[in-house]
Design a protein around this ligand. Sequence first.
Ligand SMILES: [Fe+2]
Ligand SMILES: [Fe+2]
Length: 148
Amino acid sequence: MRILEWSEAHAVHVPEIDEEHQQVFRLCGDLQRALMAGTATAGVQSIVDDLVIHAAHHFSHEEREMRTTGYPLYAWHHRQHHTARSRVRLLVRRIRRGDRDAVLELLDFLPAWLNDHIRLADRMLGAYLRNHQRELASGARVVAWRTL
Ligand SMILES: [Fe+2]
Ligand SMILES: [Fe+2]
């Protein structure tokens, strides 16, 4: 199984979000390497735990950004996160019971899901957030000129 890696095609050009995506892809790679190296179950589970924590943190981060900036496609984007969360939660439950096949299913699912989701939904969000940031900055400049 070839695990997808983060590439420029996944860049949303919002540094914190890009870093979080890179980290999640990196952990998927670590998990695959651990499986291939025959790492003991406890070692595999600790990477899975790390992966789940980073993914959960990342989804919450994007959702917070969407809410605070009034992103109009919040419901659509959130639904996609919800689908991934539910799938990952079920797989993690099986992994905690020692089911190695569920680790393979997680590796089959998550990087491919991320690839599709980032390339469309997250890139749209990235463009919106950058635009929002620019508007805030130009609003601040107008206020500064008026107070001159
Ligand atoms: Fe997202
Ligand atoms: Fe994302």
